[in-house]
Design a protein around this ligand. Structure first.
Ligand code: FES
Length: 393
């Protein structure tokens, strides 16, 4: 890659090069050093509850098959036939005991083992070792409160270390009540002509004061939120009296959103100027049906692909990416200086916090971490080892 990282990301001064949003070489480094190293969200446990259930997704641009085998164990495997590399499973989700490649019929069990090779005896003369040609597993697979994550990097820190304090903020979205959450309806997928970095923030949260309104403006939802407050406080502890998390991102591409609707989403990179969004609406599993319905409607109206907020955001994000095609435009850095020097580590929050409600501190932390990872430096040499509070220490 041309130029040193300091030229691309100068987080200390809040200056970011536009090159990182548009240049194909940098995008390839992102796939290699960020998406093939970080823990990435795969799916929610409720999407694969039974033996044989599967869900197909991506880690970066690598297709991945998440499947619960007949014994109940979850696997995450490259969704690629080991013969000549065809995409193995074409369905979005379903239930299967085995997967057969459409090209020449190699067949894999739902634990990834290769069990069927046509003409094994005649054409391979019984000299082919099927045990060596099973589906390729991810390096590490783990779940947190029903959220399955995986990494291709065997040296990545364990998921709990990777999440650090972010785990509590995930609880504030997904573990507010006994039983956790459930997904409502299906999945929205859409492609945006912008870089995946444009909308993202990193391992960070936007929160408001505990008494500020941050819920969909539907009477059923507001009454429900009031009613469950004591239960939430008992589960989440005193930090809930300091902050109400409303938006968050687990670095690099898993985001959560609470006000106006209840959604979480993955930003799948599809090239330097294309991002595919997969989004789900969710609710507390114990919420009554009328609340779930109100949340579903709020999700469709606001942050679905045709939602009023989402369309507005998408239009601006693609503008930010596409103007970077110009070589002159690219020579001018972007300004992320809002609130520069006005954040501090707050032990009660377990995170860096801004002095004022509006700032670009989250963005600077995100790009600083991006710059650390994209060099390919070992995890142990990163300034924060994966969590921002370590930097403070
Ligand atoms: Fe899958 Fe040949 S590519 S069987």
């Amino acid at each position: 890659m041309n130029g040193d990282m300091h030229e691309l990301v100068d987080a200390e001064h809040g200056l970011i090069s536009r090159r990182i949003f548009i240049e194909p070489e940098i995008y390839q480094e992102e796939l290699r050093n960020i998406f093939a190293r970080c823990w990435l969200f795969l799916c929610h446990d409720s999407q694969i509850p039974l033996p044989g259930d599967f869900f197909t997704t991506y880690m970066g641009e690598d297709p991945v098959l998440v499947v619960r085998d007949n014994g109940g164990r979850v696997h995450a495997l490259l969704n690629i036939c080991r013969h000549r590399g065809n995409r193995l499973c074409r369905a979005d989700n379903g239930n299967a005991a085995s997967f057969t490649c459409a090209y020449h019929g190699w067949t894999y069990r739902n634990d990834g083992r290769l069990t069927g090779v046509p003409y094994l005896k005649e054409a391979y003369h019984n000299a082919f070792d099927r045990d060596r040609w099973g589906l390729v597993p991810v390096a590490q697979l783990d779940q947190y409160k029903g959220l399955w994550f995986a990494t291709f990097d065997p040296k990545a820190p364990p998921l709990c270390d990777y999440l650090g304090e972010m785990a509590w903020y995930l609880d504030a979205f997904f573990d507010r009540r006994e039983g956790g959450i459930e997904l409502i309806g299906g999945m929205h997928k859409w492609v945006m002509p912008c870089n995946w970095l444009s909308p993202g923030k990193g391992h960070c949260v936007i929160g408001v004061g505990p008494d500020m309104l941050a819920d969909p403006p539907a009477s059923e939802i507001l009454a429900y939120e009031d009613a469950i407050r004591p239960e939430m406080e008992a589960r989440l502890g005193p930090r809930l009296n300091r902050i109400k998390p409303i938006v968050g991102t687990v670095f690099p591409n898993f985001s959560l959103l609470r006000p106006t609707s209840r959604t979480f989403r993955v930003w799948h990179p599809r090239g330097p100027d294309k991002t595919e969004v997969w989004a789900w609406v969710y609710a507390d599993k114990q919420a009554p049906p009328e609340v779930k319905e109100a949340i579903r409607l709020a999700g469709v109206r606001v942050f679905g692909p045709s939602g009023s907020f989402e369309q507005d955001d998408m239009d601006n994000w693609q503008g930010c990416t596409q103007t970077g095609r110009g070589v002159v435009a690219r020579s001018y850095p972007l300004n992320y200086q809002m609130g520069l020097g006005h954040d501090r580590f707050d032990p009660a929050l377990g995170a860096w916090a801004s002095e004022y409600r509006y700032s670009e501190n989250n963005h600077r932390h995100f790009y600083r971490r991006w710059a650390e990872l994209i060099t390919g430096a070992p995890w142990a040499e990163l300034a924060n080892g994966g969590t921002r509070e370590d930097r403070h220490a």
